[in-house]
Write a protein that binds this ligand. Structure first.
Ligand code: TYD
Length: 204
């Protein structure tokens, strides 16, 4: 049986990385084989592209194309084979991040991103996307506390993150079947409790 594909999203600082390992362990406890991965990255070439994307300034279309180049490789080498073999795949970010960051944050036309999405995904969409949602001010406080050397995205200003957040919220409204908004201002414990049902339902 094909595995399921779960993606975690949100503005930097919203805490998705904190929840990633717990979600993977929770799925394993439910008897699933789980492959944890991330974007940009997830393959040797994708991780090379990640280094460039997080460090080097570039044209915003170059940035979007490299995100999708890394994603093409990720789908081919990891995501699709793992799902076909019955593994579940939990990815720290996927294409919703390109809509939010390159589309919302940088202002790239969303229609162009949709074109790349159709080309690269070949019909695949996550079975579930968890968007960890937080005010941009609180996100910044958490980023500053957690990161001593912010990358190129983490150094962006509050307006940038407000645009990123707005796109995540709009997509959650547009795709209610796939995307679940998680109020990330709560304690880790409360968030885990609220995720428990969602995860059990997905396992059925
Ligand atoms: P992330 O893994 O959240 O960073 P960290 O390791 O610091 O938790 O993501 C790296 C950055 O890449 C993040 O700031 C968002 C950005 N990004 C995009 O701009 N577009 C994309 O398509 C993806 C996947 C990530």
């Amino acid at each position: 049986m094909r595995g399921k594909f779960v993606t975690l999203e949100g503005v930097d600082g919203a805490g998705k990385s904190t929840h990633l390992d717990w979600i993977a362990r929770r799925l394993q406890a439910a008897g699933k084989k789980v492959q944890v991965t991330r974007e940009p990255g997830g393959t040797p070439l994708g991780e090379e592209l990640r280094k460039l994307l997080l460090a080097r300034s570039m044209h915003l279309e170059t940035e979007a194309l490299l995100m999708f180049a890394a994603r093409r490789e990720h789908l081919d080498k990891l995501i699709l084979p793992a799902l076909a073999a019955g593994s579940w795949v939990v990815s720290d970010r996927f294409t919703d991040a390109t809509f939010a960051y390159q589309g919302g944050g940088r202002g790239l036309d969303l229609g162009r991103i949709e074109t790349l999405e159709q080309w690269v995904h070949q019909g695949l969409q996550p079975d579930l996307t968890l968007v960890f949602d937080l005010s941009v001010e609180e996100g910044k406080r958490r980023r500053v506390a957690a990161t001593s050397q912010p990358d190129r995205f983490e150094r962006e200003d509050l307006d940038f993150f407000a645009r990123v957040r707005a796109v995540y919220l709009a997509r959650a409204e547009r795709y209610p079947q796939r995307i679940r908004l998680i109020d990330a201002s709560r304690t880790v414990e409360d968030i885990r409790k609220s995720l428990e049902d969602t995860i059990l339902t997905l396992c059925q």
